[in-house]
Design a protein around this ligand. Structure first.
Ligand SMILES: NC(=O)c1ccc[n+]([C@@H]2O[C@H](COP(=O)([O-])OP(=O)(O)OC[C@H]3O[C@@H](n4cnc5c(N)ncnc54)[C@H](O)[C@@H]3O)[C@@H](O)[C@H]2O)c1
Length: 407
C-alpha cells in the first residue's frame, strides 16, 4: 500500500493516478476540511480530466485520511516555499511529514519525496532527521526523490505522458520506485542519484523563469522606445534557432516563481542570471501598474474604480492564485495608490478574497470603463465581443479588437 502525504495540486492527482491503475492507496492530509470533502466524494480543485480519475480511484478503493498509515511506501507531496530572507528552500513541511512517517512506517520502508527541493536538501535536512531517530538509511529506511513536472491545466495528460526523474541511493530501490510510477506513467523514467534529481528539477523551472524574463525585458525595452515587441518576437522566432517566449504580467504559481530562489539562496554570487531573471519577472506587476496609469491618463479615466482586472489566478483555466501577478499587483497597489478601489473578477475564484471582487462577468464588465486582461481564461476568449468599446490593456496578447493597448 502507498500512503501519499499531502493531497494538494500534486499529491491528489498522483494518489488518484496510482489508485486508478491498480495500486492500493491511502491519501493523507492534515487539513481535515480537505479530507472530509474528498471523503464526501467531491474533488477539491478544478482540473481538466481530474474528476473522471477521481471516481475511477474511488471505484478502485482509494481512501482518504488525516492519519499517517503504517506501510512500506510513502510519497510526500507537501509545500516547499522559500525563505523570504535567505531565499533558501524552507523544508519544514517536508521534515514534519518525514517525522510523522517515521512514527508509523514499517522497517525497510521507502520514502519518496515528490516535493521540489533544492540540491542537498536530502543530505542537509532529511538524512539527519532520520538518523537522529536511530534509523539506518539503506536498511531501515530507503530514500528517493521523484520530483513532479506536471503543469496545472494539463495534469492528467502530463502525469501519464511526461518523462520522470527518480533519484535514489540504491539502484534496486530505484527499480522499485520506477515500477511504482510505471503503473500510470508511459514516459521515460530516468533513475539517477538524489542530488542530481534535486538539481535537475530546480534547473528546469529556472530555465523557464529566465526565458520568460528575457521576453519580459524585451517588452520593457520596446515600450521605452515605442516598438512592437510582439511583432519583433514573431519575426525573430522565424529564425531557425530562436524561440522567444511571450511577455506577460509576471510569473506566479508554486514553482517557477519560487524554485529559482533556491539557487540564489544556495549559490550567492554564482546565480547571477537567475537572480536578474527573478527580479525582472517580479517587477512585471509594477510595470503593468505603470501601463495602467499611463493608459488611464491618455483616456481621461481618473477614477480607479472604473478599472477592472480580469483574472486572479497565475495562469489560464486553473484556480491556483498562489504568487499570481494580479495578487502581486494588488498588494503593490494597496501600498501605493488605489486603496482597494480597483475591480477584480475571475471565473475560477468563487469565494471572496478581496474588496470589489465580482462573481459575474457581465456585471463586472458593465461596471468598468477599462479592462486589464491579466489572465487569458477561455471564458474571456469566448466573450471578447462583450468588452468591445472598453479601454483594453491586454497583458497576454489574446485580444484582437481595435485599439487594444499591450505591454
Ligand atoms: N502545483 C504545481 O503545479 C507543482 C508542480 C510541480 C511540483 N510541485 C511541487 O509539489 C509540492 C507540493 O505542491 P502543491 O502545489 O501540491 O502544494 P499544495 O499546497 O497544493 O498541497 C500541499 C498539501 O500538503 C498538506 N500538508 C502539508 N504538510 C503536511 C503534513 N505534514 N502532513 C500532511 N499533509 C500536509 C497541505 O494541507 C496541502 O493540502 C511542492 O514542493 C511544489 O513545489 C508543484
Amino acid at each position: 500500500m502507498v500512503n501519499v502525504i499531502g493531497l494538494g495540486y500534486i499529491g491528489l492527482p498522483t494518489a488518484l493516478m496510482l489508485a486508478s491503475h491498480g495500486i492500493e492507496v491511502v491519501g493523507t492530509d492534515y487539513n481535515k476540511e480537505l479530507v472530509d470533502t474528498l471523503k464526501a466524494g467531491e474533488i477539491t480543485f478544478d482540473e481538466k480530466g481530474l474528476e473522471k480519475v477521481f471516481f475511477q480511484a474511488i471505484d478502485a478503493g482509494i481512501e482518504f485520511s488525516e492519519s499517517y498509515m503504517s506501510t512500506d511506501t510513502y510519497i510526500i507531496a507537501v509545500p516547499t516555499p522559500y525563505d523570504k530572507n535567505t531565499k533558501k528552500v524552507n523544508a519544514c513541511y517536508v521534515i514534519d511529514a518525514i517525522k510523522s512517517v517515521l512514527e508509523v512506517c514499517s522497517k525497510g520502508a521507502v520514502i519518496i519525496i515528490e516535493s521540489t527541493i533544492s540540491p542537498s536538501t536530502v543530505d542537509k535536512y532529511v538524512r539527519p532527521v532520520i538518523e537522529e531517530r536511530g534509523y539506518v538509511i539503506g536498511s531501515d529506511i530507503y530514500l528517493s526523490h521523484a520530483p513532479e513536472r506536471i503543469i496545472p491545466g494539463n495534469m492528467v495528460y502530463e502525469l501519464k505522458h511526461n518523462s520522470r526523474t527518480i533519484g535514489v541511493d540504491d539502484k534496486i530501490i530505484g527499480e522499485k520506485v520506477k515500477k511504482l510510477y510505471s503503473s500510470f506513467c508511459e514516459g521515460e523514467i530516468v533513475v539517477t542519484d538524489i542530488r542530481t534529481a534535486e538539481m535537475t528539477k530546480v534547473v528546469e523551472n529556472t530555465f523557464r523563469d529566465i526565458n520568460i524574463a528575457y521576453a519580459n525585458e524585451l517588452a520593457k525595452i520596446c515600450r521605452s522606445d515605442n516598438m512592437d515587441v510582439y511583432e519583433i518576437i514573431r519575426i525573430a522566432n522565424m529564425h531557425p534557432r530562436v524561440n522567444i517566449l511571450s511577455p506577460g504580467p509576471g510569473v506566479g504559481g508554486h514553482c517557477i516563481s519560487v524554485d529559482p530562489w533556491f539557487l540564489v539562496g544556495d549559490y550567492p554570487g554564482l546565480a547571477n542570471i537567475i537572480l536578474a531573471a527573478r527580479k525582472i519577472n517580479d517587477g512585471m506587476p509594477d510595470f503593468v501598474l505603470d501601463r495602467i496609469n499611463a493608459i488611464m491618463k491618455e483616456n481621461d479615466i481618473s477614477d480607479v474604480s472604473k478599472v477592472g482586472l480580469y483574472g486572479l489566478t497565475y495562469k489560464e483555466n486553473v484556480d491556483d492564485m498562489r504568487e499570481s501577478p494580479t495578487i502581486q499587483m494588488l498588494t503593490s497597489m494597496e501600498r501605493h495608490l488605489a486603496n482597494g478601489l480597483i475591480k477584480v473578477y475571475d471565473p475560477y475564484i468563487k469565494r471572496d478574497i478581496i474588496k470589489n471582487q465580482y462573481h459575474n462577468f457581465d456585471e463586472f464588465i458593465d461596471d468598468i470603463d477599462m479592462i486589464v486582461i491579466m489572465v487569458a481564461h477561455d471564458e474571456l476568449k469566448e466573450n471578447m465581443c462583450k468588452i468591445e468599446g472598453k479601454v483594453i490593456l491586454d497583458t497576454r496578447n489574446v485580444c484582437q479588437l481595435e485599439g487594444v493597448y499591450r505591454l
